[in-house]
Design a protein around this ligand. Structure first.
Ligand code: 4AD
Ligand code: MG
Length: 469
């Protein structure tokens, strides 16, 4: 049945006029005409818009079924695609037969025509993909993932997989989820004495393990052999950040390239973001027009700006001076050495530069151990890319490739060299200058769609206190 069906996106195209096809999807609305026939708006997720179907009163199940169709019912409809009589669409369908697969009781189905808030829709994550907004988000998200692979494949990067369970803390932020087979809820009773595990006994992997916060360290291994690689996988952060930009589980794209210095890294990141935005503008025009109309008015201008204008580049020290001279009152006071907060990042990109900006050379005290140290002894070869509405969308750096400098820094930061023996081996054997960065997929989807809350750009958000579905 499904094999021969036609997607609504195809049926809506004028090229389908004159064809006899089957479409399959979910009823959005039914409207009955005085002339004894009905209009059915059918959506199948293939595009934002619906297919208008005309169901004639002569259809055998018109009285018994068609007049009972309500939002959410699933149907297969066979018929002719004809030129639409009404405006707003090129085609419509004259139904020859309608098969109902599943009913949706209008008394119980939550997605009625009335508008629901995004907060409310989050409680119905199992049904919200059927709404215009979340459907559009997921199509754009799909397009972005495709552009990510297209971009890196075109640039000669190899797609590699890094582990999800890991024993090393890449970012050193101490916000990792523990992976264990020991049951912390286990309470000894007289009946389960045989199941008591010695708390001192080794855990499953023989050492403490965690869900990864980043595939970078393993990515560096692979770049040290294959040259240019990228990872694209889930990452986990147990930070208690209840914000519109943080998830506990998110997807990260991490390229890593041997022989790249920070400038090459920044150039790569800029080309990368431009490619994603341009592709979305080309291939998701309807969905983006929807977001511009209903979600974020400034979207077309902001996206065009990113696609066309060169990104600004500024050192952290200069950025701090800009903030100090801005006469702006920030909630979090600015001084050299602070980690830039979202309010600072947004001021720089939205007010001052009015374009994406790459901030480089951050103080080493606020960055991870692996970043390459500058000769000033105070800063590292880091880069963050800031974009309007979001703030930081990419974080990256040139890596410290000098064994002695790296081990000295690890000592300062009280990291145990033994835990990183393999990472240090890369510096012992054929070390090379190299760089990479991480892009949070969900922040990118937020940026391209204009959606305000990161929980609405991933199908099943994970955040503190929230893991339903
Ligand atoms: O800046 P971050 O922490 O950098 C790294 O993890 C590096 N190891 C990347 C690398 O150099 N290979 O994270 C990178 C990006 C951020 O800029 C942000 O877009 C996203 O990941 N990100 C999050 N997205 C959603 N929720 C969170 N809790 C995030 N934390 C970081
Ligand atoms: Mg960062």
């Amino acid at each position: 049945m499904a094999m021969n069906s036609t997607a609504v996106v195809v049926a809506r195209d004028a090229a389908s006029i004159g064809k006899h096809v089957t479409v399959q999807g979910w009823v959005r609305t039914r409207r009955d005409s005085k002339g004894g026939f009905s209009f059915i708006e059918l959506n199948d997720g293939s595009c934002l818009k619906n297919l208008q179907v005309i169901a004639d009163g002569n259809l055998p199940n018109y009285q018994s079924e068609i007049l009972k169709l309500a939002p959410g019912c699933s149907v297969s409809i066979e018929g002719d695609i004809v030129k639409s009589g009404g405006g707003g669409q090129a085609t419509e369908m004259k139904a020859a037969s309608i098969t109902v697969h599943g009913w949706a009781d209008p008394e119980l189905y939550p997605l009625q025509k009335k508008h629901h808030t995004l907060e409310k829709l989050r409680e119905w994550a199992h049904l919200r993909p059927r709404t215009n907004t979340i459907g559009a988000v997921l199509r754009v998200r799909n397009r972005i993932t495709r552009s990510i692979h297209d971009f890196f494949q075109d640039e000669g990067f190899l797609y590699v997989q890094t582990p999800i369970i890991t024993a090393s803390d890449c970012e050193g932020a101490g916000s990792m989820f523990h992976v264990t087979t020991k049951d912390p809820m286990f309470r000894v009773t007289s009946k389960n004495l045989d199941k008591v595990i010695d708390p001192e006994a080794p855990d499953f992997f023989g050492k403490p393990t965690y869900l990864t916060v980043s595939g970078q360290l393993e990515g560096e291994i692979l770049a040290s052999a294959l040259g240019k690689i990228y990872t694209f996988g889930p990452t986990f952060r147990a930070e208690n950040s209840n914000t519109t930009r943080h998830l506990s589980e998110f997807w990260m794209i991490e390229p890593e390239a041997a022989f790249f210095d920070l400038t090459a890294n920044m150039d790569l990141a800029e080309r990368f973001l431009k490619r994603i935005v341009k592709d979305a503008m080309t291939h998701c025009a309807d969905d983006l027009a929807f977001f511009a109309e209903h979600v974020e008015k400034s979207l077309p201008e902001v996206l065009k700006n990113v696609a066309e204008k060169p990104f600004q580049r500024v050192t952290y020290t200069d950025a701090v001076n800009i903030l100090l001279q801005s006469k702006q009152t920030f909630e979090y006071p600015v001084q050299w050495g602070i980690d830039l907060q979202t309010e600072h990042e947004r001021y720089l990109t939205e007010q001052h530069f009015k374009s994406p900006v790459i901030v480089t050379d951050y103080p080493k005290a606020i960055k991870a151990f692996y970043m390459r140290q500058n000769d000033d002894g105070k800063t590292v070869r880091a880069m963050d890319i800031l974009v309007p509405r979001i703030g930081e969308i990419i974080g990256g750096s040139q890596r410290e490739e000098r064994l002695d400098v790296l081990t000295a820094r690890m000592k300062e930061m009280k990291l145990n060299e033994k835990d990183y023996w393999w990472y240090l081996d890369l510096r012992r054997f054929g070390t090379v200058p190299h760089s990479g960065f991480g892009l949070g997929l969900e922040r990118m989807v937020q940026f391209v769609t204009g959606m305000g809350n990161i929980r609405d750009v991933i199908p099943f958000p994970r955040a503190p206190g929230s893991a339903e579905f």
